[in-house]
Design a protein around this ligand. Structure first.
Ligand code: PEP
Length: 265
């Protein structure tokens, strides 16, 4: 299975100067690894970074013709193209920057922007209509984890994909290429707490089987783990065959720690 390591920069860095510095450091170190034929260059691991929408065009331009892919963190639910939606960026506008993927359904968007089931169906449809790949984030809260509800929550969140396919069955054929699922327990994001590898593995197996059932994909959906992944714990996640990569927040803001996670996969 193709491995992916994706940096979610969230509302960072503060200035375009800092974005340039991070990108330069990243590209210099990836080049050095390629020259030295170190793990990142040899492995199958694909790298992606998702800057804020204000920096997306510059980052996409800088990453054109490099091995690193650029992605948005969200697209508008209201229109795939243009319209009177103040503050939104459409999937078409994202694609126009040269970005080829978008994150959708991150827990911070679900929490702070109240993204609903129907809103996420629209976002997925709009992204796919503009030929963007989607990193679809799911995961339970601490309370849901404590109550043993992880798989129920995940089933509910994955039903967005099922319902989107009911509306647009033609998308099923390309889903294994255009969709990555990121399992991110909310309680593990930015907290330094992580589930055990065995717990993540079991949940990923469930996600793969469930999505395969929607789209007849025979277990081919890629599932990444996210939540406090760093240079120290990445190896343990990478060692499990159900964990196809990582969605990385805090540790993606430094080239060294991001590439250390990539080297693990
Ligand atoms: C995230 O928010 O997607 C994430 C994984 O964050 P962190 O790595 O900082 O926990």
């Amino acid at each position: 299975m193709q491995a992916w390591v994706i940096g979610n920069w969230k509302q960072n860095p503060a200035t375009s100067h800092d974005v340039d510095a991070l990108l330069n450091d990243l590209l210099t170190k990836v080049d050095a690894k390629n020259q030295a034929k170190m793990p990142t260059s040899n492995s199958q691991c694909k790298l992606m970074v998702a800057p804020s929408c204000i920096h997306l065009a510059a980052v996409s331009a800088r990453l054109a013709n490099t091995s690193i892919i650029s992605a948005a963190q969200d697209v508008s639910a209201h229109s795939a193209s243009i319209g009177a939606y103040t503050g939104d960026c459409s999937a078409q506008q994202v694609a126009d920057t040269g970005a080829t993927w978008t994150i959708l359904g991150h827990s911070e968007r679900r929490q702070y922007h109240k993204e609903s089931h129907d809103c996420l169906i629209n976002k997925l449809s709009h992204a796919f209509s503009q030929n963007l790949g989607v990193v679809f984030c799911i995961g339970e809260t601490q309370e849901q984890y404590d109550n043993g509800q992880t798989l129920d929550v995940i089933n509910e969140q994955l039903s967005v994909i099922k319902d989107m396919l009911v509306q647009q069955p033609d998308l099923a054929a390309s889903l294994s290429e255009k969709l990555l699922v990121a399992y991110e327990p909310v309680w593990a994001i930015g907290t330094g707490k992580v589930p055990t590898v065995a717990e993540v593995s079991k949940t990923h197996q469930h996600i793969k089987q469930t999505v395969a059932g929607f789209a007849d994909m025979a277990d081919t959906v890629t599932v990444l783990y996210g939540g406090s992944v760093n240079a120290d714990n990445a190896d343990s996640f990478a060692a499990d065959s159900m964990i196809d990569g990582a969605l990385v927040g805090g540790a993606s803001l430094k080239a060294d720690s991001f590439l250390a996670v990539a080297d693990a996969f």
